[in-house]
Design a protein around this ligand. Structure first.
Ligand SMILES: Nc1ncnc2c1ncn2[C@@H]1O[C@H](COP(=O)(O)OP(=O)(O)OP(=O)(O)O)[C@@H](O)[C@H]1O
Ligand SMILES: [Mg+2]
Length: 289
């Protein structure tokens, strides 16, 4: 990968469509070996880019899905207590219960171990769901690409993994962690890019229907909704319409399939009556303009 254009083209070939800004920050993260911190709305391709990069480079993807209560020990490794107990009970005095045999590597340790084909892509997904102590721990692990197993000592990555962190910004992530990373806000794509994404992900959808779907969803995002639809919803909706052999949107079709796009009853209710028709008319006018 010699340039930003080259990276953008290669990701595109793999079905991931990114704009110039995202391609630039990704290029720099890879070139400088810095973690990439992606924040943005739901369903805008944050998780997907880690998969796309791993596929492009032929590297293994290791995913640490964050959640409330995730602690350092579960993220790094666990001992297989049951097997250790059995070894001890059997009275085998030569058994080393802290050997590999009893070690269960979790994503962070896994990412520090040598891999065939080069350093893996480590996806730390939805970091905003964890808490400050875990962030502090992560900061340390990412600063020297090393984790410590008290019974065995430190494990250092032979080659630093490619690290991608994502957040939905349900809370602010600590500055110290952000400082380590290159940062990018992943917003909703514009009409042309969303058309490209839809074409990459649902190539069977005809252009006319795709245009209506994308234009409609783009307008929906401007409405006062509790949860705005992401790109994932655009793709889902197009696939639903295809499954129903719909060739073109109508207020009736929209009412019947809106559950693919909006996931809250209050939001769906807002689109009942004349609202959907008005948005559809606007969308059509914009397409023909
Ligand atoms: N730029 C893109 N190129 C290709 N596909 C995309 C792109 N953005 C989103 N998608 C599609 O949308 C789906 C959802 O994307 P993804 O899961 O990466 O969103 P996310 O930003 O991680 O959302 P969340 O914050 O909810 O986890 C993907 O499976 C992919 O099919
Ligand atoms: Mg995600």
């Amino acid at each position: 990968m010699d340039s930003i254009d080259d990276l953008q083209a290669r990701l595109g070939k793999g079905g991931y469509i990114c704009d110039r800004a995202l391609a630039t920050v990704t290029f720099l993260a890879l070139k400088l070996g810095r973690p990439l911190f992606l924040e943005g709305e739901a369903g805008t391709g944050k998780t997907e880019i880690a998969k796309a990069i791993a596929a492009m480079l032929g590297r293994r993807l290791i995913r640490l899905q964050c959640y409330e209560g995730l602690d350092a020990s579960t993220a790094v490794y666990e001992w297989n207590f049951a097997a250790q107990m059995i070894a001890i009970r059997s009275g085998d005095s030569k058994a080393d219960v802290f050997s590999d045999e009893y070690l269960i590597a979790r994503p962070l340790l896994e990412a520090m171990l040598p891999q065939e084909g080069g350093a893996p892509v480590l996806l730390i997904d939805e970091i905003d769901r964890t808490d400050a102590p875990f962030e502090a721990f992560l900061l340390e692990a990412l600063s020297d690409f090393q984790v410590t197993i008290p019974e065995r000592g430190p494990v250092t990555a032979p080659q630093p993994p490619i690290v991608i962190l994502t957040s939905n910004r349900t809370r602010e992530v600590h500055d110290a962690l952000k400082r380590r990373c290159l940062y990018h806000w992943v917003g909703y794509p514009d009409f042309d890019r969303e058309m490209e994404i839809l074409h990459a992900r649902a190539p069977e959808a005809a252009k006319e229907l795709s245009q209506e779907v994308v234009a409609f969803v783009q307008r929906l995002r401007g409405e006062d909704l509790f949860k705005k639809p992401g790109v994932a919803e655009t793709i889902d909706w197009a696939k639903c319409l295809l499954a129903l052999d719909v060739l073109s949107l109508s207020p009736e079709v929209i009412a019947d399939t809106l559950g693919a796009v909006l996931k809250y009853q209050d939001d769906i209710q807002k689109l009942q009556g004349s609202a959907a028709k008005k948005i559809l008319d606007d969308a059509r006018a914009a397409i023909s303009a």
